[in-house]
Design a protein around this ligand. Structure first.
Ligand code: BGC
Length: 764
């Protein structure tokens, strides 16, 4: 009898212990032990489908959020709620801030500004109960026609990596997680679920993985998103070499990997590759995990590893321990931040006779349908459904103290009403992923020539909007349309006849052709997609209340065909009604026939963007790193110091002009060849000055981690930097060196890597 009582008491204790067992930061292993296989599969597989057109949205936690993990209530495991995207929260029913897109942020070359902007974003996610922001998008801008370039950062891995790290630090400072994406080599939208990126090991290491690696050196994201595409024959989300060997073993990433929504074919393969959370999640993925563990094809240790990573993220979730949130994001404060910070990334491409800034009080002829239908951000998962503000050019210019030409203004208000109605009708049938119909350019010549007599200057805004699910059409999106060319011609003729300037504002998610038209413009301001206060931010710059201090994060070629990837990038005629993500989609066994659709050969190798233009001496319209200021700067006293693990470059920047400005000092390197061909210029570091008043100077210091001087030698499977003299160039842009100094590396460097991600079909 006594024994029975003891056994019963013991069972009760264990039972109530299991009942009281709740997840904490210190008991993750115990929770894993206590979980059933079904619970493990449930946390690995996301809560369900989501679509951009409203079907199947996750409404349990945050309306319109992208997805969530399944909670396990009995063990105190909360859900982790994910929401898009890189430029602000894409959720329903709540207003959110439309932040400047990633491309603009990279164009700011200002990590401190990026970090504070991102903290403002993170605070909004926290207030609205979102645990993980699905961004930044950091894939290399390999080709100007990629549909997602507006949310991606740069053609250069260092600029991408450092920008991404600043975004991650900022978002996470606010107490929520960031999720850089899409790992890796997801550089085209066409057939993105089936396209095989065929890339050499050197190119992967130096370009397409390097941005992620640099980001991880400078930040600690809670999540990374694996991409849809194949890399040298294996899908990213089922790729153990990518997600475990490189990401965890070589780079020591501590967070969790979540798949892109619907990526991967075999849930068991995904988990054993190191893909911890499968979104959006399907019943068949859940069953597949259970069945694979039971039949021994999926190792339970791999399952437990993924579960452990997700539990560690769950401890940080907002709903952990019943946590609550304000539901009241600081929208007014964030609007101000967006307005003030956007000009950090505005790139002044042209400013003939310093016509900018204009004088407040000037009467302006405002033209171009985009002035009235300003583009604040891109489309797809990066689209913001309910932006708090949407400031267009008329409001911005008027608030800045300009007067608008009344007749033109009235004409446009009336014309746009009809055009917007027409577009709305057409766009009803255009799927979420496809380019939407926009107002056509049309304005009577007579109005233009009369305005030219009355007004001080003409301002034309040209726009381009695109996004996920489709690459840009060369004719309709990269080149200017006939209507746009006719407008430019008419305005340029009329205003120049009167001795008055034409200013063009480019409100675009990526570069456009400049060669056809730029001679007609006196000034060109590239403001990208600057977020919800766009009209104000642009007007502040035109009025001189703010100055543009961005530099191009991509090169602008003379002709699209000059781009080194032009021959190996799809250039298809876009059909408005097709979702191009699924173009020639064939499930787990893709086709391998059509180049650039079924597979894409990265034949240009490491010579992407300016690495190609500078090395092969190909002229560009505007080089990488280019950007004018309202003033000019001199550089002097360049010094190079060996600091052990780093090389420190310092120099003095002097504001030589009559206005305030900020300079971006770019340090490029030309490394000794020693068996490997090397680009003439590679960006190794940069620094942006603070605001310098006329005559003011600042000493800037750029620290270059020595191992960034190395190149990847495939034959040794190692990063190698031979001893010798490394030429360091302090430059205004990739084509404009100012000061040069040598750095002598006296001992060669070598870091061995695992020989993985080899593609047999690529000439190595
Ligand atoms: C996109 C991701 C996005 C996800 C969730 C996918 O289609 O590629 O960037 O975060 O959907 O909405």
């Amino acid at each position: 009898m006594k024994r029975t009582i003891i056994v019963w008491a013991l069972l009760m204790t264990v039972g109530s212990y299991a009942q009281n067992l709740k997840l904490t930061a210190d008991n993750v292993d115990k929770i894993v032990e206590a979980m059933t296989l079904e619970e493990k599969a449930a946390i690995i597989v996301g809560k369900g489908a989501v679509a951009f057109d409203g079907r199947g949205k996750i409404y349990d936690y945050v309306a319109g959020s992208a997805g969530a993990t399944n909670p396990i209530d009995r063990l105190g495991v909360p859900p982790i709620v994910y929401a898009d995207g890189p430029s602000g929260l894409r959720i329903d029913n709540k207003q959110t801030t439309r932040f400047p897109n990633g491309l603009l942020q990279a164009a700011s070359w200002n990590v401190a500004a990026i970090e504070s902007l991102s903290e403002a974003y993170g605070s909004e996610a926290k207030a609205l109960g979102v645990d993980v922001v699905l961004g930044p998008g950091i894939n290399i801008q390999r080709n100007p026609l990629c549909g997602r370039n507006f949310e991606y950062l740069s053609e250069d891995p260092l600029l991408s990596g450092l920008t991404a790290a600043a975004i991650v630090r900022g978002i996470q400072k606010a107490g929520v997680g960031a999720c850089p994406k899409h790992f890796a080599v997801n550089n085209q939208e066409l057939n993105r679920l089936n396209n095989d990126s065929r890339v050499s090991q050197r190119t992967l290491r130096e370009v397409y993985l390097r941005n992620f690696e640099i980001m991880l050196r400078h930040s600690d994201p809670r999540f990374i998103m694996s991409s849809y595409n194949f890399i040298n024959g294996v899908t990213a989300s089922e790729n153990r070499d990518l997600l475990t060997t490189i990401l965890r073993e070589e780079w020591h990433f501590n967070g969790a990997v979540v798949s892109d929504w619907g990526a991967g074919y075999d849930a068991a393969k995904m988990v054993s590759a190191g893909n911890d959370n499968i979104q959006h999640g399907t019943k068949s993925a859940y069953n597949r995990i259970i069945e694979s563990v039971n039949n021994g094809t999926l190792n339970i240790d791999d399952v437990n590893t993924s579960v452990r990573r997700l539990l560690r993220a769950a401890v940080q979730a907002i709903r952990y321990d019943g946590g609550n949130f304000t539901d009241n994001p600081p929208l007014d404060r964030n609007a101000l931040i967006v307005r003030e910070q956007a000009p950090e990334g505005f790139v002044l491409l042209k400013n003939k006779d310093n016509i900018l800034p204009l004088s407040k009080g000037d009467r302006l002829a405002l033209l171009g349908t985009t002035s009235y239908d300003f583009i604040h951000g891109g489309t797809g998962s990066g689209f913001i459904h309910n932006p708090y503000r949407s400031v267009c050019m008329p409001e911005g210019l008027t608030d800045a103290g300009f007067t608008l030409d009344e007749e033109l203004h009235r004409y446009y208000l009336d014309y746009m009403q009809g055009e917007l109605k027409r577009c709305e009708k057409v766009n009803k049938n255009v799927p979420w992923c496809c380019e939407k119909e926009r107002a056509m350019e049309a304005v009577p010549r007579k109005l233009i020539s009369e305005a030219a007599k009355r007004d001080r200057a003409a301002v034309i805004t040209l726009g381009r909007v695109f996004g996920e699910g489709m690459d840009r059409d060369y004719y309709h999106s990269y080149l200017l349309s006939d209507g746009e060319m006719a407008l430019l011609r008419a305005v340029s003729d009329a205003f120049h006849r009167e001795g008055k300037p034409l200013i063009v504002v480019l409100n675009v998610g990526g570069i456009v052709d400049m060669t056809m038209w730029q001679d007609m413009a006196d000034a060109v301001l590239l403001c990208w997609q600057p977020g919800e206060e766009g009209g104000h931010s642009v007007a502040d710059v035109l009025a001189g209340d703010q100055f543009p201090s961005g530099r191009l994060p991509v090169s602008i070629p003379v002709r699209y065909e000059d781009d080194p990837t032009a021959a190996n990038f799809p250039r298809i005629k876009a059909d408005k009604y097709e979702n191009y993500s699924f173009y020639r989609y064939n499930g787990a066994t893709p086709h391998y026939d059509v180049p650039n659709v079924d597979y894409t050969n990265y034949e240009e190798g490491i010579y992407v963007g300016y690495r190609y233009y500078t090395t092969r001496n190909v002229a560009v319209a505007y080089p990488f790193g280019f950007g004018l200021s309202y003033t000019t700067f001199d550089y002097k006293d360049m010094k190079v110091k060996d600091k052990g693990d780093a090389v420190e470059v310092s120099l003095t920047v002097v504001n030589k002009g009559a206005r305030a400005g900020k300079e971006v000092v770019q340090i490029y390197c030309h490394a000794p060849e020693e068996g490997l061909d090397k680009p003439v210029r590679e960006l190794k570091g940069y620094a942006k000055t603070s605001t310098l008043q006329p005559g003011e100077q600042e000493r800037v210091t750029v620290s270059i981690e020595k191992d960034l001087l190395a190149s990847f030698d495939e034959s040794a499977s190692a990063w190698v930097a031979p001893k010798g003299v490394y030429t360091l160039v302090a430059a205004r842009d990739a084509d404009t060196p100012v000061l040069t100094a040598g750095y002598k590396l006296s001992k060669p460097l070598r870091t061995d890597c695992r020989n993985v991600l080899r593609g047999s079909f690529i000439d190595q």
